[in-house]
Design a protein around this ligand. Structure first.
Ligand code: SAH
Ligand code: SF4
Ligand code: F3S
Length: 479
């Protein structure tokens, strides 16, 4: 799309993405005005709260800001601060209000500063009401469904006074071909679907991200081909439940079929995906994983609880036994696969017996790592109305016991690779030691080894010298 040739004095186009490029052109006028007045370009910072889907959305926002003419800056220096919010647990919301409170005096001292809020929390009516009432200094509020309209909304803010708010309840559209900015030149997230239809009883995501919508296989493959020609060798396919990909397309396509198409893309070396829901993990998919040369030896398979009784109340639609059977099949097809998971502690009605079932499944599966969460009551979800909410003290005790178990097992599981030589994709210079670089194995484990910046983006063979619990110290063996 050629923004230079878009006539911003004409009426805005109706079709997308042309309309957004028109508004990018409009916003550029304001950036130019800023430059003429202050002798510098305005700066912006997008801060992500939440999951990889949000991180990917933030890259899209950064791409649009770059096209408009903003330069990136740290949050405490930026003229435009944007929070891409999460609401999966209550503490995610609390953090946003805390950070907004800190921005208030800064904005008072620098009235030209702008604050934007978007993401999942904005899809909650209460949150938006609270912002209007208690945080009127916020400039721009939009949600998850209309994020593609960022340039248009920003233009509206430039042309008005006061807060611009635009929240949609739902959408069935997907706008392709908008700008975006990648964090890493060699790897990228790729959305394959949006929304979620599962309605796990504790979870707010289906309410804030809307119904499941899959991108067409053609659009996905084209995006990945473009990324590969631009230097990307690893992609992470993103969706709340990638295993149900394609079911709602006019011509249904399975996730296994999509993977088979992506595998054919020349120059692509690694394929990752998340998140997989156990109920939709098909034998076909397991077979594709077993035969693939590119799909990474790692699967994130959230279990949430080991108790079939609780799983039923959670509306997860699998039993403990079915989950264990799935793990057995996966390990048979992909013997070196690393498994990770999410677990919720303290779901309403969880008894000590139920909790012991969770400890038991953790011991049986022996996860490489697990994200453990304290149950958080989300208004509007069925679980919030359930009886027998568990007291904080009981939850804390179970949480600590679970964490101990998870960590002890992860340490043992991680150590089995000691001494072996594995291929590593080098991602960055180590944060702790600038003479070392950090890379990732196919199974998602991190390795630090002596090396320099020039290795970033390369695949190197590394001997895993010493296991440090959740990561390795290694030595470079060659390409
Ligand atoms: N779609 C993914 C997960 C998205 S949310 C899936 O189904 O696996 C990421 C994780 O947050 C979930 O796996 C769950 O463990 C946790 N989570 C979601 N809602 C929660 C809540 N109300 N309280 C605590 N943890 C929650
Ligand atoms: Fe939430 Fe369940 Fe959907 Fe995951 S699958 S986003 S946990 S409702
Ligand atoms: Fe949070 Fe929204 Fe992701 S609620 S976990 S950012 S989908």
């Amino acid at each position: 799309m050629d923004i230079e040739r878009t006539d911003i004095n004409a009426e805005p186009p109706i079709e997308e993405p042309a309309r957004q490029y028109y508004y990018i052109g409009k916003c550029r006028q304001y950036v130019k005005k800023f430059f003429d007045e202050k002798g510098r370009s305005p700066s912006a910072c997008v801060t992500t709260f939440g999951c990889q889907m949000n991180a990917r959305d933030s890259e899209k926002l950064r791409g649009i800001l770059r096209e408009i003419g903003y330069i990136e800056a740290a949050e405490d220096k930026a003229d435009f601060v944007i929070y891409n919010t999460c609401t999966v647990r209550e503490n995610a919301n609390t953090r946003v209000y805390g950070r907004l409170g800190q921005l208030k005096p800064r904005k008072r001292a620098h009235p030209h500063m702008m604050i934007g809020l978007c993401g999942c929390m904005m899809q909650e009516q209460e949150a938006v009401e609270k912002l209007k009432k208690s945080y009127p200094f916020v400039d721009l509020v939009f949600g998850t469904h209309n994020i593609y309209k960022f340039a248009e909304l920003l233009a509206a803010r430039f042309e008005s006074v006061g807060m611009v708010v635009d929240i949609w309840k739902d959408t069935d559209r997907i706008v392709e071909n908008l700008p975006n900015e990648r964090k890493y030149f060699f790897k990228s997230g790729v959305n394959i679907m949006f929304g979620c239809n599962n309605f796990c009883s504790y979870c707010i995501v289906p309410y804030v991200r809307g119904r499941e919508r899959s991108r067409s296989p053609k659009a996905i493959v084209q995006e990945i081909e473009r990324l590969v020609s631009d230097g990307v060798t690893e992609v992470m396919l993103l969706g709340q439940n990638v295993n149900s990909y394609g079911k709602t397309l006019d011509t249904p396509v399975s996730f296994a079929e999509l993977l088979t198409e992506i595998e054919k893309i020349q120059g692509l070396k690694r394929i990752r995906f998340m998140t997989s829901h156990p109920k939709d993990l098909s034998d076909e998919l397991i077979a594709v994983m077993g035969n693939s040369k590119k799909i990474c030896r790692h699967l994130h398979l959230p279990v949430q609880s080991g108790s079939t009784r609780i799983l039923e109340k959670m509306n997860r639609r699998y039993t403990k036994e079915q989950y264990l059977k799935l793990v057995e099949k996966l390990r048979k097809a992909v013997p070196d696969i690393s498994l990770t998971t999410d677990i919720i502690v303290g779901f309403p009605g969880e008894t000590e017996e139920d909790f012991k079932e969770t400890l038991d499944i953790v011991r049986k599966v022996r996860y490489d790592s697990a994200f453990t969460f304290i149950y958080s009551k989300r208004t509007g979800t069925p679980a919030a109305a359930m009886e027998n909410q568990i007291p904080d003290g009981v939850i804390k005790d179970r949480f600590d016991r679970l964490l101990q178990e998870v960590q002890a097992i992860a340490k043992e599981v991680c150590a089995v690779h000691e001494g072996s030589v594995k291929e590593v994709l080098v991602e960055s210079v180590s944060e702790q030691d600038p003479s070392m670089v950090t890379g990732r194995l196919s199974n998602n484990l991190l390795v630090h080894f002596p090396g320099g910046q020039e290795l970033i983006g390369s695949y190197m063979n590394v001997r895993l010298r010493e296991c440090k619990g959740f990561y390795y110290i290694g030595d470079l063996m060659g390409v």
